[in-house]
Design a protein around this ligand. Structure first.
Ligand SMILES: [Zn+2]
Length: 317
């Protein structure tokens, strides 16, 4: 019975990049993540129709975390089900589903912190537009919670924070298929070239836990990421490749931690603010990073901020 479960990946366009939603074809159908506001109609409904499935039949909306490109269409999908779908989100990020304005506060404490007020305003408008509406979650989950999708199909919640403070992975029981979304990012987004990490210490712990304790047999990723050779990896990763991908992600984290620590130690406090990369210009140079942190989304400042906060006290010694 468990073996009859299939998953339909749905690529949701998001600016120059895309985010993945996944339909789980269980007795009570589920969708893991929902793209941005426009995704429900532009991609989710269309792709499901191509597979002979209906958005109206979804019974579980499972959100891995509260970022815009994962919960943006939650409200639209839920309305399509006539309000019958259960809405599941990690307890620690439920506030981001309840009130869109919470995203602005978070943004201003991360990427926005390093940008001028005009750019901040532009980003605020984009964020508001990409979230279709506020929604009250019906189930707030934490580590170890189990949800039945009908019949013998169930999922277990594994907390995998770090990319964001409350990110979770949903694991299909018996199969070991793990919907990790952005908890595993290797060398970063195919377009951005750097992983988005709010808390490096938590990100590292989550990767180690997946590798040593959870042992997933398959990963479903939130985006297309780059491996250590600079190649774009498919959204679905199987078998032996799973541990390679997890190790690649740990390797990139170690590389960033070492680099940020060294640069901060060498340059603080004399490093002047660069027009584009703020206090992190020398790190961007060493990474050969050419992205524009004034774009949205952009991992650069979020990740630099994360490592800097972790390393405060280390480089000051
Ligand atoms: Zn995210």
């Amino acid at each position: 019975m468990v073996n009859s479960v299939s998953v339909i990946p749905i690529e949701c366009k998001f600016g120059p990049t895309s985010a993945y939603a996944y339909y789980i074809d269980a007795p009570e159908p589920a969708i893991v993540d929902t793209g941005i506001a426009s995704s429900a109609f532009q991609e989710i409904e269309a792709v499901l129709n191509q597979h002979g499935r209906r958005i109206e039949d979804i019974r579980w909306i499972l959100l891995t975390h509260g970022h815009v490109d994962h919960l943006g269409s939650a409200r639209a999908v839920w309305e399509k089900t006539g309000g019958r779908a259960e809405i599941v989100i990690p307890q620690k990020e439920a506030y981001l589903l309840r009130d869109r304005r919470a995203h602005i506060i978070d943004y201003k404490g991360l990427q926005g912190k390093y940008l001028d007020s005009e750019t901040q305003e532009k980003h605020t408008a984009i964020l508001m537009n990409d979230i279709g509406g506020d929604l009250e979650p019906t189930v707030e989950v934490a580590d170890g919670d189990q949800i039945s999708l009908g019949g013998e199909v169930s999922i277990t919640v594994v907390e995998t924070p770090g990319h964001s403070i409350g990110s979770v992975t949903f694991v299909l029981d018996g199969l070991g298929w793990a919907f990790v979304a952005d908890a595993v990012q290797m060398y970063g987004g195919a377009k951005s070239g750097i992983p988005t990490i709010e808390s490096p210490a938590l990100y590292r712990q989550s990767l180690q836990r997946l590798l040593e304790e959870i042992h997933p047999k398959r990963l479903y990723l939130g985006h297309h990421f780059l491996n250590s050779s600079g190649e774009t990896v498919s959204e679905q990763v199987d078998g032996e490749e799973v541990s390679v991908i997890l190790r690649d992600s740990l390797e990139m984290d170690a590389k960033l931690a070492e680099m940020v620590c060294r640069h901060l130690r060498e340059n603080v406090p004399s490093n002047p603010d660069d027009e584009l990369y703020g206090p992190f210009k020398s790190i961007a140079d060493e990474l050969n990073y050419t992205g524009n942190p004034r774009n949205l989304p952009c991992a650069f400042f979020v990740t630099m901020n994360g490592y800097r906060e972790e390393l405060v006290g280390v480089y000051e010694k």
